[in-house]
Design a protein around this ligand. Structure first.
Ligand SMILES: *Cc1c(COP(=O)(O)O)cnc(C)c1O
Length: 491
């Protein structure tokens, strides 16, 4: 594969080269200093790249090509549901009535937009089995925090001030304990058993009258269904705690089983995962929260209600935890999720989950002879394998992940969940063809062979990217995000 160009747009810049031609304006004819005054006018020309229109276009196209996305290649990042984002969603989100609406418009002029909000809430209620839904939270983690505040408000309204603890499994996503902490709780870890599921005996040990809630995702982050969920519900409810469902893995169970029917009291969904909102790149997400009737009085306000076929915001919720997001929330993502749900229908969503689960099981079986597989039972929409066999040969999971980049595959989630050594967590999603799944498995199998026969090629990977191995700590702590003009003196 050809290495992409590494020349920066600033290095391509040539003085007085233009990417546009417009008639000179009145402003340009004047002296800037006369308009702005000495204090605010630039002393020196702005340091901007000066390139032709074609070079400018190539610059942005190249940037987009450097960025791996679901539109450019397979992206089996476990627990993230990197499925195809249907382009019809984009068309709907760009309809001028939606795209040009202003958040401060009178509600009588945005009835259609509110209808979408209301209907989406209704669909999500049905999908999750919850009594009420708010769309306000901007992401999954934000939804976790929102729901935990509601659970806290519920306990406090009952005069129950000693429920300070939230139970999370050792396989939990990092946002679970983090949200609990930010919501003012302490976290207690419950262990997983040999089958990768919540250890019931350990749960009985940690649960008590200080338990505010347990946070679970089902299937869990190992891709395994918590088959004892009804017993878990009994234990936690009996102790007076609430069950929180982390909906990041909902792609495995749509139209099959609902968190509400499993006994959960609150759930968040990730519209940017399960419901095809574009994912990552810093774009907006959406983490709606559904709750059972007990918790409904504490919903963030305002809520969108329908009275005599008129949609409006209801601010009259005296026990509400308050607003968690300005205006409508991330409305553009609602439109995409709504379009997706309406184009799929209940049977379509069921087929999504069944295919996602089938794809994951197919890959697990193809890979299990070449990698250690800590859990061999049927998985749901994702599964974990371990690179510990390769580690004995000096090739770590990180090296395998880097080597995958040479084949235009995004690596799976690695070193998570933390209870599996040298973990790789693979989520193929339902939208990939068998050929793609096979190509990825073939590549992983090839890398396993390379680890035995030619480990250097794995250890030195990636070979085809602009930059090879980063110092990941430095890259996270001291990212270089802007061009430095070394030669010129700074003002
Ligand atoms: C992605 C994820 C979250 C957090 O969701 P965001 O939308 O990224 O904030 C929480 N739990 C699990 C299991 C996840 O995979």
């Amino acid at each position: 594969m050809r290495k992409p160009s590494s020349e920066l747009i600033f290095e391509r810049s040539r003085e007085d080269r233009f990417a546009y031609s417009l008639p000179e304006t009145e402003v340009e004819k004047q002296n800037v200093q006369d308009i702005l005054g000495e204090k605010f006018a630039r002393k020196k020309k702005a340091e901007l790249p000066e390139v032709s229109e074609l070079d400018l276009m190539r610059h942005y196209t190249e940037l987009s090509n450097k960025n791996h996305g679901v539109d450019t290649g397979f992206y089996p990042l476990g627990s993230c549901t990197m499925k195809y984002n249907p382009k019809v969603n984009e068309k709907v989100a760009r309809m001028s009535g939606f795209a040009n609406a202003h958040p401060l418009q009178d509600v009588s002029t945005v009835q259609g937009s509110l209808e979408i909000v209301y209907d989406l809430q209704e669909h999500l209620k049905e999908i999750t089995g919850m009594d009420e839904v708010t769309l306000q939270p901007a992401a999954g983690a934000h939804g976790e925090w929102t729901a935990l505040l509601m659970i806290k408000a519920y306990h406090e309204a009952n005069g129950d001030f000693n429920r300070t603890k939230v139970i999370v499994p050792d396989s939990a996503h990092g946002t679970n304990p983090a949200s609990a902490k930010v919501a003012g709780f302490d976290t207690v870890t419950v262990k997983s058993n040999k089958k990768g599921l919540v250890d019931i005996e350990d749960l009985k040990r940690v649960v008590g009258d200080d338990t505010a809630a347990i946070m679970l995702t089902n299937p869990n982050t190992l891709g395994l269904f918590e088959e004892d969920i009804l017993e878990i519900r009994e234990i936690v409810h009996h102790a007076g705690g609430k069950l929180y469902y982390d909906g990041a893995n909902l792609n495995a169970i749509m139209s099959k089983v609902r968190p509400g029917d499993m006994g959960f009291d609150a759930v968040h969904l990730n519209l940017h995962k399960t419901f095809t909102g574009p994912h990552g790149g810093g774009g907006p997400g959406s983490g709606p929260v559904g709750v059972v009737a007990d918790l409904a009085p504490y919903l963030p306000k305002p809520v969108v209600v329908k009275e005599n076929d008129v949609y409006k915001f209801d601010h009259d919720l005296p026990q509400s935890i308050g607003r968690v997001k300005p205006f409508f929330g991330n409305f553009g993502i609602y439109l995409r999720a709504y379009t997706y749900i309406r184009t799929m229908g209940p049977d379509g969503l069921k087929a999504v989950s069944e295919t996602a689960v089938l794809n994951a099981n197919y890959m697990l079986r193809r890979l299990q002879d070449y990698f250690d597989t800590p859990y061999t039972q049927h998985c749901k929409h994702e599964f974990v394998i371990s690179g510990s066999r390769q580690k004995k040969l000096g090739v770590r999971t990180l090296d395998i992940a880097k080597r995958l980049l040479d084949f235009n595959f995004h690596p799976p989630t690695i070193y998570f969940p933390i209870n599996v050594e040298e973990c790789m967590m693979i989520e193929p999603t339902e939208t990939e063809s068998k050929e793609t799944l096979d190509a990825f498995c073939d590549t992983l199998i090839q890398i396993a062979k390379e680890a035995e026969e030619n480990p250097e090629i794995v250890l030195d990977a990636p070979h085809t990217t602009v930059i090879g191995r980063l110092d990941e700590t430095q890259a996270a702590r001291k990212p270089v995000l802007k061009f430095e003009f070394l030669k010129e003196e700074k003002e």
